[in-house]
Design a protein. Structure first.
Length: 202
């Protein structure tokens, strides 16, 4: 069995154990084993100390690299604002005359005093009937809605028909008949009425 040389850490451990040992009575003390000289590695001049291990994750903070969002406020636009942004599907010159109140509606429907169910049915019958008769421009009067009462403890919706009518005009069965919806000129009711420009019947 070949003896190997002790490593420096093993020699240090042995010295610690030897210092803590006590002499037994009637026994001679064995001389301590001399500490072997630490063997120098070959080509020690060429070897450089290794750098400390690098943390692969690095410093991390949640959302640190995320771009800061631009501050913006999205407010629900009014019915008038949404209609004003709609693309023009009818003839541009005719649309300009329509907005100036130069075109005269060929029929009109007044929804004042009706419930939502009543108004929806009447609107569908009116639009389908107007297209069957070959009309192109009709007027639908909704009213602007009741003014808000500042002393009312319960907030209430106002202008429900004014909001609903443009939505109904885009839905079946009348949506396929409608080419353009626009708020009426002041002489035809202004914000309380809508021009509805109909497609030609095929």
């Amino acid at each position: 069995m070949s003896r190997r040389k002790l490593r420096p850490d093993e020699v240090e451990l042995w010295e610690m154990v030897a210092r803590s040992a006590e002499k037994l009575p009637g026994r001679k003390v064995t001389p301590e084993t001399p500490a072997p000289k630490s063997a120098k590695p070959k080509n020690s001049k060429l070897r450089k100390p290794l750098p400390p291990p690098r943390d692969p994750m690095g410093d991390f903070a949640l959302g640190a690299r995320a771009p800061s969002p631009a501050e913006r406020h999205d407010f629900y636009a009014s019915t008038s604002d949404r209609l004003a942004k709609d693309p023009v599907r009818m003839d541009a010159k005719a649309f300009g005359r329509l907005k100036r109140g130069k075109l005269q509606p060929e029929a009109r429907l007044d929804l004042h005093g009706m419930t939502l169910d009543q108004a929806h049915g009447e609107l569908a019958r009116f639009i389908l009937g107007a297209q069957l008769r070959g009309f192109r421009l009709v007027l639908v009067i909704t009213g602007k809605g009741m003014r808000e009462d500042p002393h009312d403890p319960m907030p209430r919706r106002r202008g429900v028909l004014k909001t609903q009518v443009p939505q109904w005009l885009r839905m079946p069965p009348v949506g396929q008949c409608v080419l353009q919806i626009s708020e009426a000129h002041i002489k035809h009711g202004g914000g309380g009425a809508y021009y509805v420009y109909l497609k030609r019947r095929r």
